[in-house]
Design a protein around this ligand. Structure first.
Ligand SMILES: C=C(O[C@H]1C=CC=C(C(=O)O)[C@@H]1O)C(=O)O
Length: 392
C-alpha cells in the first residue's frame, strides 16, 4: 500500500504517524496498556511486546500523569508502514471542512496576556529560568469533527515534522502536526531535536526572511532556546556514552512558524534502554514546561485555567527491540464528537512581552486552523477579541 492509500485508510480509532521518513498506520487493539506510573508502564509495555513478536506499542503520554491523566499505549492488531507521505499524498485532494458553529478562546486573550505578565514577575520570585504558558481555542461543529479530513490536510501541509492522530481514553482523539522530535532511538543511535524560540512566517518572502533573521538575532529567543537545549542534553547524557550537542541553534521552519532548533545525537550506553524510557526520562522538557520542572509545573497550574491533558505530552511508538520515535504533542487538538480544543503555548523568560506572546500563540494556532480551513483573518479577529463568535 502506498502512503496516500494508508492515509486514506486512517479511521478515528487508529494510530497514525506521518513523518519525513515514514508513514505508520496502526489499527485494532491486541493489547491496551494505560497507567500513570511510568516505570510500571514501561515494564508492562515490554512484557506486552514480548508476547507480540515483531509488534509495536503506539500511543500517547500525558503532560502530567500526576493529575490522573494516564498514558495510553496500544499493541495494534495490524501495522502498516510505508515511506513518507510526500509526494504520494499530493495526488489526494484537499478535504473541505465544514465551517465551525463557534470558536471560543480559553481564557480570554487579555487574561492570557495578564498571565504572561504574572509569569514574568514570578520567574524571579520562584527562582525559575523559564516557564511555558498555553491557551486554548474551543471549536464547536454542527456535525461530527471530521478528524480524518483534518489529518489528511495536516499531512498535505507538512512534508516535514510529525503529523499524528492517536486514540485517547473516552473515544477522544489527539491530532496535530508537531515540529518537534522529543526522542528517537534506532539501534544504539539516539536523536532529540528540541525546538524553542519562535517567529511567525510571513507571506511575502523579504518579510519572511527578516523574521527568520530577527529570530536568530533575538537574545530573548536564544535564552529561551538555550535553557531547553541544555536541559535535553543533560537529561540524555546519563543514557549515552557519546553525545553530540551543536553549540548554536539552527533555524527550523514549518508552514506557519520559524523556530530555533538543536539536533542532539548520541550513542546509547546501555542497549537495553528503550525509546519509551528515553521519552519518559526527557519529559517534560522546557519546550513545554520550564526549568526547574517542579516549580514550573506549579506556576503553570496556578495560571492556566485548564488541565492540559494530552497537550504537551508525547505521541509515538516503541517496538520490541526498544526502537521508537516520540514527538512532543504540540500544535494539536483534543477532539471529542462534535467539538475540539486546540492548544498553543509559548516559553516565557524575563524579557518576554505579553502581547508578543499572545501573537505567538495565535500564529501557532494557524497550524490546525489551516488544516481546518479556517480563514486566518476571521480566526485572528475571533481569538484576539476573545469573545465567542461564529467564524462563518
Ligand atoms: C509549546 C509550544 O511550542 C514550543 C515549541 C516550539 C517553540 C516554542 C516557543 O518558542 O515558545 C515552544 O517551546 C506550542 O506550540 O504549544
Amino acid at each position: 500500500m502506498d502512503a496516500a492509500r494508508l492515509v486514506e485508510h486512517y479511521r478515528r480509532d487508529d494510530f497514525l504517524l506521518a513523518t519525513a521518513r515514514r508513514t505508520l498506520l496502526a489499527s485494532g487493539t491486541a493489547h491496551e496498556i494505560t497507567g500513570t506510573d511510568e516505570d510500571a508502564l514501561a515494564a508492562r509495555v515490554s512484557a506486552a511486546l514480548a508476547e507480540h513478536d515483531g509488534g509495536i506499542a503506539a500511543g500517547v503520554l500525558p503532560y502530567d500523569a500526576a493529575t490522573g491523566t494516564p498514558a495510553r499505549l496500544v499493541v495494534p492488531q495490524t501495522v502498516h508502514t510505508t515511506g513518507p507521505a510526500h509526494p504520494d499524498i499530493g495526488r489526494l485532494a484537499r478535504e473541505h471542512i465544514g465551517t465551525p458553529a463557534a470558536v471560543r478562546a480559553v481564557p480570554d486573550p487579555h487574561v492570557h496576556a495578564d498571565a504572561v505578565s504574572t509569569a514574568r514577575t514570578q520567574l524571579a520570585v520562584r527562582d525559575l529560568r523559564k516557564v511555558v504558558l498555553a491557551r486554548a481555542l474551543d471549536v464547536d461543529f454542527a456535525h461530527d469533527v471530521p478528524v480524518a479530513s483534518i489529518v489528511r490536510n495536516l499531512i498535505l501541509d507538512h512534508s516535514h515534522g510529525y503529523v499524528f492522530a492517536a486514540d485517547l481514553p473516552g473515544g477522544r482523539t489527539l491530532l496535530g502536526a508537531s515540529p518537534e522530535l522529543l526522542v528517537s532511538r534506532r539501534g544504539g543511535h539516539v536523536v532529540a531535536h528540541p525546538h524553542a524560540g519562535s517567529m511567525p512566517r510571513a507571506a511575502e518572502s523579504a518579510a519572511d526572511a527578516a523574521n527568520a533573521e530577527a529570530l536568530l538575532a533575538s537574545k530573548k529567543d536564544r535564552l529561551e532556546h538555550a535553557v531547553l537545549a541544555d536541559a535535553v542534553a543533560e537529561a540524555l547524557r546519563p543514557f549515552c556514552r557519546h553525545l553530540e550537542v551543536p553549540r548554536k541553534p539552527a533555524l527550523e521552519r514549518t508552514p506557519t512558524m520559524w523556530h530555533l532548533g538543536t539536533r542532539i545525537t548520541g550513542e546509547l550506553a546501555d542497549p537495553e534502554t528503550t525509546a519509551l524510557q528515553l521519552a519518559s526520562a526527557l519529559h517534560p522538557t522546557p519546550a513545554i514546561c520550564g526549568t526547574p520542572v517542579t516549580s514550573a509545573r506549579r506556576l503553570i497550574g496556578d495560571l492556566e485555567p485548564f488541565d492540559r491533558g494530552y497537550y504537551a505530552g508525547a505521541t509515538g511508538w516503541v517496538d520490541g527491540n526498544g526502537d521508537g520515535e516520540w514527538a512532543v504533542s504540540i500544535r494539536c487538538a483534543d477532539a471529542g464528537e462534535a467539538s475540539l480544543r486546540m492548544y498553543a503555548g509559548g516559553g516565557i523568560v524575563e524579557d518576554s512581552d505579553p502581547h508578543a506572546e499572545l501573537d505567538e500563540t495565535s500564529a501557532k494556532f494557524a497550524t490546525l486552523a489551516r488544516a481546518m480551513g479556517l480563514d486566518s483573518d476571521v480566526l485572528t479577529a475571533t481569538y484576539s477579541r476573545g469573545d465567542s463568535a461564529s467564524p462563518g
